[in-house]
Design a protein around this ligand. Structure first.
Ligand code: ATP
Ligand code: MG
Length: 368
């Protein structure tokens, strides 16, 4: 079976690496030359093939999926008219639009930040007046790694926020959630409706980009894990979702608040390649190919640390016990995700020691 993937970045690459052992083969719809997925299949580029590229992509595979949600839904709809696409266009349309996400959370009774739709500077002022400060203003579509956002802390900043974000209308203004920490849950749903949830990950961001994730998130009680599972399972079934879905959440003294969803494998799930019985990538491939899902059970405490901007010395990382290096074949650039390291240990103290060792080898990592 051949899988066509919209996007040829590191997520596509890791999907392909997971699918090869059971003889899945791949094509990628991607315009960037030398993309991370290029060594693993045919790359179909609209820059090279122009108007014929979508037809060529459609002809290149049996089943389709995507590795990021910021793609025009029209492209995916076109493919879906002819061949199966998982997750469906519905899942994509919800996850790529923050307003749709918020409406879904409300429909399913999942707590989330109070919000206002913003179409004008007057709307933004009104959001400040009703939701209070700080206020998190976001573009409804297209944001990632904290891009397309402005946190208004003083009322004088309304004009500045408006000036910076008005290109990305409509906007959404969210009440600021004073969270204790950020957690995410990754789950997968098969074509037969079977669902499996991974343990909650604790995610730490630095300068708007995910720095590292620890799994299972320390000090999570069974009720919190169960609550998150109930939230994500209700989303999976509501959307009739097939494949992996991620739910980012804020943990607060009043419980979990949903932040956003991603209809795909996620950076906070990379630990699962070595840390779980069946990784998020393999489970996504199984779901897309209509195969039985694998166990999402964690094997032992794990951490995933992103490599941002500059590469570490390979030998330094591999000298650390139970550290696994994943490089994406990208050139160095400020703020760019170049790879990640997963480290595991028998106990969380040893894990912490190893994480600190890894951080020292990474030029742009904060001390861990
Ligand atoms: N309502 C909020 N209250 C407090 N902090 C927030 C709120 N919304 C977002 N943030 C902070 O900003 C970060 C980025 O926001 P969000 O996840 O919505 O955007 P994103 O650009 O899609 O990010 P990513 O690509 O990293 O998932 C969050 O991880 C959180 O730290
Ligand atoms: Mg996010």
């Amino acid at each position: 079976m051949k899988i066509g993937i919209f996007g040829g970045g590191q997520l596509g690459r890791m999907m392909a690496l997971a699918g090869y052992p059971f003889n899945l083969r791949f094509s990628f719809y991607e315009s960037a030359e030398n993309c991370p997925s290029a060594p693993l299949g045919e790359v179909i580029s609209d820059k090279v093939l122009g108007a014929n590229s979508l037809e060529a992509f459609l002809a290149s595979a049996d089943v389709f999926t995507y590795e990021f949600e910021n793609i025009p839904a029209l492209l995916v709809e076109y493919i879906a008219q002819h061949k199966p696409v998982y997750p469906s266009v519905k899942s994509l349309a919800v996850s790529q639009n923050r307003l749709n996400e918020k409406q879904l959370f409300a429909k399913l009774g999942i707590p989330a930040a109070a919000y206002h739709q913003v179409h004008s500077q007057a709307d933004l002022q009104q959001a400040v007046d009703t939701l209070g400060l700080p206020l998190v203003v976001k573009t409804t579509m297209g944001g990632y790694d904290g891009k397309g956002q402005f946190v208004i802390r003083q009322t004088e900043q309304v004009a500045q926020a408006w000036a910076e974000l008005q290109q990305g209308l409509p906007l959404i203004a969210e009440a600021f959630i004073d969270f204790e920490r950020e957690l995410s849950m990754i789950a997968v749903r098969g074509q037969d409706g079977d669902t499996r949830c991974y343990p909650l990950a604790w995610n730490v961001h630095h300068q708007g980009i995910l720095s590292h994730s620890v799994v299972p998130a320390p000090d999570v009680d069974a009720a919190t894990q169960a609550q998150a599972e109930q939230y994500i399972t209700s989303i999976l079934h509501e959307l009739n979702h097939v494949g992996v879905l991620t739910l980012e959440m804020f943990q607060t003294p009043d419980g979990l608040f949903a932040n956003e969803t991603a209809p795909r494998v996620h950076n906070s799930g990379h630990w699962s390649i070595e840390g779980a019985i069946c990784s998020q990538f393999e489970n996504h491939m199984r779901a897309v190919a209509g195969l039985p899902l694998g166990s999402t059970q964690e094997l032992r405490p794990s951490a995933m640390i992103n490599i941002i901007g500059q590469h570490p010395k390979t030998a330094d990382i591999l000298a650390i016990p139970e550290a696994h290096l994943h490089l994406y074949g990208k050139a160095e650039r400020v703020g760019r995700k170049l790879g990640h390291i997963t480290v595991t240990a028998n106990d969380s103290n040893t894990l912490q020691v190893r994480m600190a060792q890894i951080a020292k080898c990474l030029p742009n990592q904060m001390a861990l």
